[in-house]
Design a protein around this ligand. Structure first.
Ligand code: HEM
Length: 256
């Protein structure tokens, strides 16, 4: 599947400069400190070196990130665009009132609808054995029903059920969709301050039974284990950037 237009990839490179809002997620079951890891130095440039081997003049930080897992490389690559999304969502006071939260819910619906077909794809299910249980679109829809949010008008989702899926592209998008569970630990607390719960209105932000950090580690272990060609690896990076750009586009269209 030609998953997304070039526009998305281009948007993803727009630089953002402000830091991510300084929330401290409470991940009590995070023995390895996943949630506390710092983003890479802002001048680290992964795109210039990844997939092509390391040149003699790469910095120490670039070399160490390049040597890390695929998940960590994707995290480093997307840290700036992630900060942009965080900032847009939080500066729109998305958790200040139920009405604001409803707008955030519409964005979540559109993004999880974009990726829902990936969770039903057989090659991806083989790579991620619990994939079918990870799809959050049904929970987002239930939250919308709880709060009487109408289904937003939208065109086709990015991935269509039954369509061909490029493994690299799909992994990049799945990384973003699954990674957003980590931020959900923060957002859930904000939603609960509005009177929402894991059973009403904020189901899609509830942690997995085993806890968000083990849930994430299981995903990243499977993500790191998939063998990709160099071209697929490149498309995984592009897919992750495209996914964040798509979220940002949904945010820009619906939050002010
Ligand atoms: C729908 C929008 C969002 C998406 C798609 C998203 C995506 C992600 C991804 C992919 C990760 C995993 C990073 C890793 O590889 O470890 C992550 C982690 C995280 N996100 Fe988000 N996120 C979103 C919104 C937010 C918001 C609004 C906040 C809070 C302001 C937030 C805060 C965090 C935090 C605290 C983490 C864990 C620590 C870290 O990796 O920095 N996220 N998110």
């Amino acid at each position: 599947m030609e998953a997304v237009s070039q526009t998305h990839a281009t948007r993803a490179h727009s630089p953002t400069s402000s830091p991510r809002p300084s929330f401290t997620p409470s991940l009590g079951d995070d023995p390895k400190g996943v949630a506390a890891q710092s983003p890479p130095p802002p001048n680290t440039s992964i795109r210039q070196t990844s997939g092509k081997g390391l040149s003699m003049n790469v910095t120490t930080s670039e070399r160490s990130i390049e040597a890390q897992s695929r998940a960590k490389r994707l995290k480093a690559l997307t840290s700036t665009v992630h900060e942009g999304v965080d900032r847009s969502i939080m500066s729109a006071s998305s958790f200040a009132t139920i009405d604001r939260y409803k707008r955030f819910l519409a964005i979540q619906y559109l993004f999880h609808r974009d990726v829902a077909a990936l969770y039903a794809e057989s090659r991806l299910q083989a790579a991620f054995p619990d994939l079918v249980h990870r799809c959050r679109l049904p929970l987002v829809i239930a939250d919308m029903e709880d709060l009487g949010v109408a289904t937003p008008d939208a065109g086709s989702p990015i991935f269509i059920a039954g369509g061909p899926v490029d493994m690299g592209t799909a992994l990049g998008w799945l990384y973003v969709a699954e990674g957003s569970n980590m931020g959900a630990a923060v957002l859930r607390k904000e939603a609960h301050k509005l009177g929402l719960t894991d059973d009403v209105g904020a189901r899609h932000l509830a942690p997995a039974l085993e806890g968000p950090a083990p849930h994430w580690r299981a995903f990243t272990a499977a993500l790191d284990a998939v063998e990709l060609s160099d071209d697929e690896e490149t498309r995984a990076r592009e897919g992750a950037l495209e996914a964040f750009a798509q979220v940002q586009a949904h945010v820009d269209a619906r939050l002010d």
